[in-house]
Design a protein around this ligand. Structure first.
Ligand code: PLP
Length: 284
């Protein structure tokens, strides 16, 4: 695999980052994951705009222009022959060669790393045909979940708790209300109406969420953005999650309670189809 590190395209075995890099020492870094279908990038602009926002919120220097970012994405997809898969991008605050809680000087060069993940069959995923089983767990993450930082230890632990319980993923619950999934936004459907939590600092502003809600509205589906409890979701007709890496993923079980007939629901299936179809057409 060829990867990109700070201006260079290298074999992954030759790529390196300083041990003093603040991404490594402090998780002082942000990231984006963009999916690739038919060798093209899905919603690149959405991810680039959110990246800029994450960087601005943390006063991390933008490592390069949006055009350069697009070029790097495209070149890696081409060099690695990716037809279906993901491009992972990370920007860290870099380092001035030592460990210090205080940020280094504002002109410190950020680190920029990108790599691809080849995922043949991403669109026709068997997991999406089966649907996901979810457990609910406490949301104990920090209060700026709208910034896409690499502080992913708790979401990663949540995924492990789900696996241990024989499930696929976890939904996070704070003050009695569902925030989001470990790495996706959460929705349920009751009597034809799609319900999802409104945007705030409590959740990541999903690029897929925005696209799917737009497409749902265009398809005349009813949408309500409001807080909801895990019990409401358990009593739903169906549920699903959205993310750049899994698109629209039907949810078939929450905390051991089957939703509907326990198979992916019609609205989730239809939204997945619409999303894949429209995204492929708009891919660059
Ligand atoms: N929420 C969290 C916590 C995430 O980590 C992600 C994606 O990684 C999402 C939501 C979905 O965002 P997107 O659709 O931009 O991938």
């Amino acid at each position: 695999r060829t990867v990109y590190v700070n201006g260079e395209y290298l074999p992954e075995s030759e790529a390196s980052i300083s041990i003093f890099d603040r991404g490594f020492l402090f998780a002082d870094a942000v990231y984006e994951v963009t999916s690739v279908l038919d060798g093209k990038l899905i919603d690149f602009e959405g991810h680039a705009v959110r990246l800029k926002r994450s960087l601005d919120e943390l006063d991390i220097v933008q490592p390069c222009s949006m055009d350069e970012l697009l070029e790097i994405h495209r070149k890696l997809v081409e060099l690695n022959g990716i037809d279906e898969g993901l491009v992972y991008l990370q920007v860290t605050r870099g380092s001035d060669g030592d460990r210090d809680f205080v940020f280094p000087a504002a002109d410190t060069k950020p680190s920029l790393v990108l790599f691809t993940q080849n995922k043949p069959g991403l669109a026709d995923s068997p997991a999406a045909q089966k649907g996901a089983k979810i457990i609910s767990i406490d949301d104990i993450r920090w209060g700026r979940r709208d910034i896409k930082t690499v502080q992913l230890l708790y979401p990663s632990m949540g995924k492990m708790m789900a696996k241990k319980a024989g499930c696929d993923d976890a939904w996070l619950v704070e003050d009695g209300y569902v925030t989001e999934g470990t790495s996706n936004n959460a929705y349920f459907v009751k009597n034809g109406k799609i319900v999802t939590r409104p945007l705030s600092n409590d959740i990541l502003h999903g690029i897929t969420r925005k696209a799917v809600l737009r497409m749902a509205a265009e398809a005349q589906m009813e949408i309500e953005e409001r807080l909801f409890t895990i019990d409401e979701a358990k009593e739903a007709d169906e549920a699903f999650t959205t993310s750049a890496s899994a698109f629209v993923m039907p949810v078939v079980e929450i905390d051991g309670v089957a939703l509907g007939d326990g198979t992916p629901g019609p609205i989730a299936k239809r939204l997945r189809e619409i999303y894949l179809d429209e995204s492929r057409k708009a891919a660059i």
